[in-house]
Ligand binder design. Structure first.
Ligand SMILES: [Zn+2]
Ligand SMILES: [Zn+2]
Length: 173
């Protein structure tokens, strides 16, 4: 197991190549711009910065963490703007919420162009592990069909202790 690995592991491969990244960035910006347009809003410089921050993130980020990153490049940015922009990004499906933690804050991740995955969340250290389980997805689909339910999206989150935190508590499973 790699010790120092990005938490957001399923980032599109083409994001690593600068020219591909630019294309990807503008296609996502366009999608956001369209959504903003429908709401009578504009893609302001700050909204763009917030989107870029989430696109570049190697971790699932909370509002406070994003604020710390963003205020270095834009001291005028406020938490409320970040919060509202995330809501707008969620509305158009570009960003998803992950977990709700003891402090009440959720974390966020870029959802667009990333394969569907679910999360294991460590309640001790806050680490988030992404996983994919085709078998679990199949069971879910089956249950949904049986109930004649139309699923729009789902969120599967497992809360517990990561391997490192379990090891620290010797003896307790
Ligand atoms: Zn942990
Ligand atoms: Zn994730």
């Amino acid at each position: 197991m790699a010790a120092k690995q990005a938490e957001v592991t399923l980032f599109p491969r083409y994001a690593q190549k600068p020219e591909k990244y630019q294309q990807w960035l503008s296609s996502i910006q366009e999608r956001f711009q369209e959504h903003l347009g429908r709401r009578g809003l504009k893609l302001t410089h700050q909204r763009e910065e917030i989107l870029r921050c989430l696109m570049a993130a190697e971790k699932h980020l909370g509002v406070e963490e994003m604020y710390t990153i963003l205020k270095k490049q834009d001291p005028l940015i406020g938490r409320a703007t970040i919060f509202r922009t995330i809501k707008l990004l969620q509305e158009c499906g570009l960003v998803a919420e992950v977990g709700v933690f003891q402090n009440g804050g959720a974390k966020f991740e870029l959802k667009a162009d990333r394969p569907h995955h679910d999360h294991m969340i460590c309640v001790e250290c806050g680490r988030i592990i992404e996983f994919q389980s085709p078998m679990m997805e199949r069971f879910q689909d089956e249950a949904i069909k049986r109930h004649g339910f139309l699923a729009l999206w789902h969120r599967h989150e497992i809360f517990g202790r990561c391997a490192a935190c379990s090891k620290k508590r010797t003896g307790t499973p």
